[in-house]
Design a protein around this ligand. Structure first.
Ligand SMILES: CC(C)(COP(=O)(O)OP(=O)(O)OC[C@H]1O[C@@H](n2cnc3c(N)ncnc32)[C@H](O)[C@@H]1OP(=O)(O)O)[C@@H](O)C(=O)NCCC(=O)NCCS
Length: 188
């Protein structure tokens, strides 16, 4: 069952999720073979191969990888999380009211998200996105964040994110208020 198909609340999601996806786990990037990963977009593959570990080491971004429980060496997907700020002037008027006099507010950026070509279109992009949103929400317990932002590579990626309620801020940057994330039936 996909996140988008279920409407029965968190308990229902957890039960369905455990039943249908017992094999997949998401962990911080470790010693996996990064060269073996390919999502069909050269820029995302190159980033993962050449920069991801360095960005983690330099505390620039966190990188999480999708793995099968029985094979933690093969990366099936990844995403990155980091912090940034948003100019409140960029936020749609209705939401801007919530930010009072602040000119900028903190946000969480899913800079990149990719699924291996071999398992695309099987629901894993959605699974990974929900994991990223759950982790972003979890982090607000210690460092608050007004919204989750994503940078979509192209119009197709934009369409993927819009499906989950993200709205376009400008160019390729999309936005989902954390209050909306909070209401989603996330996996944990
Ligand atoms: C975009 C991407 C992450 C989607 O992952 P996926 O595993 O193929 O997608 P899923 O199977 O989880 O699909 C989830 C839903 O999104 C929709 N979807 C998937 N890719 C889409 C696209 N490019 N445009 C519009 N909708 C899309 C699916 O139809 C599905 O909706 P449905 O349940 O109503 O059918 C994946 O194709 C990918 O990694 N592409 C290359 C890298 C990339 O473009 N990343 C984008 C972020 S920079």
């Amino acid at each position: 069952m996909r996140w988008s198909e279920q409407r029965s609340g968190i308990a229902g999601w957890c039960v369905a999720n455990l039943k249908n996806r017992p094999k997949y786990i998401v962990k911080p990037l470790g010693k996996q073979d990064r060269a073996a990963f390919s999502c069909g977009k050269a820029e995302l593959d190159k980033y993962f191969l050449e920069r991801a570990s360095r960005d983690v080491r330099e505390k620039i971004t966190a990188v999480f990888v999708l793995l099968r429980q029985e094979d933690e060496d093969t990366v099936l997907g990844y995403y990155t999380l980091s912090s940034l700020y948003v100019d409140t002037g960029e936020i749609p008027e209705k939401l801007r009211k919530r930010t009072g006099r602040y000119r900028q507010v903190g946000a969480t950026l899913i800079g990149r998200l990719a699924i291996a070509t071999a398992i695309q279109k099987t629901g894993m992009g959605e699974f990974l996105l929900m994991d990223a949103l759950a982790r972003s929400l979890q982090a607000t317990k210690t460092v608050m964040s007004f919204a989750v932002l994503v940078d979509a590579m192209d119009k197709q990626a934009e369409a993927f994110y819009r499906k989950y309620g993200f709205i376009v801020l400008r160019d390729n940057r999309l936005f989902l208020p954390m209050k909306t994330v909070e209401r989603l039936p996330l996996p944990r």
